[in-house]
Design a protein around this ligand. Structure first.
Ligand code: NAD
Ligand code: GLY
Length: 361
């Protein structure tokens, strides 16, 4: 084992550990048993992840539900399949769900756990970079609805997060970069996270890009730990997104609209986020909110990691704007944007004139 960092996400009485290390799956069952009182575990996974890692979780008291792979299946019908399996196995309130996979599985399995018999325990075993740095931490669980992304869901914290960095070596380049988009997001909002320590993630990303792109183990596990600590700091201040937590949506207002307009089949979530972040930097520039040097530094960082920053097609700006108006981030019929206000700091604004927003689409 390379290292096992335990980050306590102190969401008051619902704190839980985040394990980041290597070969954690060798003793995953012991870890899972330590953090729940379950007699039975229902492992929720998909057709891609099960053949890779399913075997590691097989025990007498683990059962599986293997779902089709893809964001297009992140919906209420697939959620029902998880619930049906839980009922057919007669899962009791003491039992637990385990999410084995990326963010799609984590969000759906967590949501199923939150509503099955009014809520049972669940454990996140994230297997993509995106899910290890972001979606497995913080308790947002959801499925998509025809009206928009993650429109049906809950805030429901897991009992533990177990991130084995070895799973990242079966991830293809596109999916690894998808995770890096969310990593860069933390660098752009770092100061506003108000973490106890200053991690200098931006500089870390600038200096260590070779090691990160090569998936060098020490560097990647440190990277995941920094992201989890930054996210924990935000969630600890505002678990249910009454204010502060919205900064984690940096770039997401545009991102969710691009994902929806393409029926979730053109961009990965991370690709949409990196495009969305570029759009936000451009918007900030049009509004004279960002100085040139910082703008260039941010765009360079996106380019260093070769992240997608332009859309693959031209979309009708009116249509994209219309989608934005039905997003969860709308309050009092106003669209919330997270805008850079100074280096590594952001502010939430809901009064941006439509013409500035649509100009860059
Ligand atoms: P994903 O779950 O679709 O996984 C990406 C692909 O990688 C899938 O094909 C999956 O089967 C495959 N895969 C997973 N682990 C693998 C491995 N170790 N080796 C090989 N292939 C593997 O996508 P994602 O990027 O992990 O997550 C995106 C989802 O997360 C979106 O639905 C997004 O809305 C959600 N999300 C949620 C939060 C949150 O706070 N809850 C935050 C960010 C994103
Ligand atoms: N990924 C956004 C959040 O967790 O709030």
């Amino acid at each position: 084992m390379l290292r096992t960092d335990v980050v306590i996400n102190a969401v008051k009485e619902r704190s839980y550990p985040i394990f980041i290390g290597e070969n954690l799956s060798d003793n995953i069952y012991e870890l899972m048993s330590k953090y729940t009182k379950a007699n039975k575990f229902l492992v929720v996974t998909n057709e891609t992840v099960y053949p890779l890692y399913g075997e590691k979780l097989k025990k007498n008291n683990t059962e599986f539900v293997i779902l089709p792979d893809g964001e297009i299946y992140k919906n209420i019908d697939t959620l029902n399949r998880i619930l049906d399996r839980a009922f057919s196995l007669k899962l009791e309130r003491k039992d637990a769900i385990v999410a084995l996979g990326g963010g799609v599985i984590g969000d759906m399995a967590g949501f199923a756990a939150s509503i099955y018999q009014r809520g049972i325990d669940y454990i996140q075993v994230p297997t993509t970079l995106l899910s290890q740095v972001d979606s497995s931490v913080g308790g947002k669980v959801a499925v998509n609805h025809i009206c928009g992304k993650n429109m049906i869901g809950a805030f429901y914290q897991p009992k533990a997060v177990i991130s084995d960095i070895n799973t990242l070596y079966t991830l293809d380049d596109r999916q690894y970069k998808t995770g890096l988009s969310e990593v860069l997001k933390y660098a752009f909002i770092e100061k506003s996270c108000c973490a106890d320590e200053n991690y200098n993630l931006f500089e870390f990303l600038e200096c260590k890009h070779n090691e990160i792109l090569r998936k060098e183990k020490d560097t990647v596990s440190e990277l995941i730990m920094i992201c989890c600590k930054l996210k924990s700091a935000v969630v600890n201040q505002d678990e249910k997104e009454k204010g502060k937590r919205a900064i984690l949506n940096f770039g997401h207002t545009y991102a969710h609209a691009f994902e929806k307009i393409t029926d979730y089949n053109t961009y990965t979530h991370g690709e949409a986020v990196s495009i969305g972040m570029k759009k936000i930097f451009d918007l900030a520039k049009r509004l004279n909110k960002i100085d040139n040097a910082y703008y260039e530094r941010c765009i360079n960082l996106l380019k260093t990691y070769n992240l997608q920053i332009e859309t693959k097609d031209k979309y009708n700006p009116e249509e994209v704007y219309e989608i934005m108006t039905s997003d969860k981030k709308v309050a009092d019929k106003k669209i919330n944007f997270v805008l850079p206000c100074s280096e590594k700091e952001v502010e939430i604004r809901n009064n941006i004139d439509k013409k500035y927003v649509t100009e860059g689409i």
